[in-house]
Write a protein that binds this ligand. Sequence first.
Ligand code: ATP
Ligand code: MG
Length: 342
Amino acid sequence: MTQTTEKRMVVEVRDLKKCFPSKRTITDAIAKKPAQVLTAVDGVSLEIREGETLGLVGESGCGKSTLARTLLRLYEPDGGQIFFNGVDVTNMKGTELRKQRRDFQMIFQDPYSSLNPRKSVRATLEEALRVHNIIEPGPDQKERIERRIYTLLDLVGMNRNSIDRYPGEFSGGQRQRIGIARALAVNPSFIVADEPVSALDVSIQAQVLNLLTEIQAKENLAFLFISHDLRVVRLISHQVAVMYLGKVIEYAPTEDLYETPHHPYTQILMKAAPVLDATNRNRDYAIEGEPPSPLNLPTGCRFHPRCPYATDKCREEQPELREVAPGCKVACHYPLNLPEQK
Ligand SMILES: Nc1ncnc2c1ncn2[C@@H]1O[C@H](COP(=O)(O)OP(=O)(O)OP(=O)(O)O)[C@@H](O)[C@H]1O
Ligand SMILES: [Mg+2]
């Protein structure tokens, strides 16, 4: 982790913004209320280097998936810049963007719905290879495609004889392996995994996490790993960014963040982390107070209505994300656990 500066930068996001127009109710329309804008991602900056995983955590609705989709250019950004391997893709369009897309892939939460039930493993992986022209055309193209599919199955620990089977014949963990193989088919340099294990049983979660870690080391991939579950994020991430209502409020190397969280929200999240068991997997953090609506943001620090340490300054002034210890950034007027406080 100390050698990060020597590794190649794969993803760099600066001050990214994504807004959605909120739906107007009939009452709003009759009252001629103007349409409101919901800022789901509000000025997020992050960096991911090759072979590294950035974990992204935060409560439901804080903007994790929107951030991922915007940085993958599945949503149009409303501000900021996105660089992949040094190339500015913020305003890229058409063929140029499609070519870049090959380099970044997504693994989805739900292995049940992300695979087409009518397509065999062979057809699913072949489609991914063909869409991006991964295998050069030629007389033995079919054989080369098959060889590549076998290599992918080996890589994700699936039996080669599963090639002509269908998603319905596999367990959740196996389906997620197929989803991972599909993402890897195009030799990406960056993978976003949005809650990739939260739909799986705990025993299977560990297997899939191990697989992701192994593949990352083998292929030197950059990962953005999104999860509600702080324990899962700790296992897999080199750095962690904590989001709250569209903003990153703490960003630090994993062990620093877990050993000495500086933001009161991070500290509360850690105490409230749900028990990791199969019956509990859909439960959100048990933090007091509802997160405020992104349509009606509090003044000053967005976390102040729920913060046990809030002062007048917190109610009035929005804190900037700033470095408070080497590599550790926090957006709080009164960060906890500073070196001089310990
Ligand atoms: N397509 C959309 N149109 C309008 N609002 C949206 C859209 N997608 C997300 N939002 C809103 O943006 C905010 C962030 O949503 P997002 O799905 O990014 O949260 P999340 O952190 O991924 O949550 P979860 O943990 O539940 O997946 C929410 O208030 C959500 O209602
Ligand atoms: Mg989400």
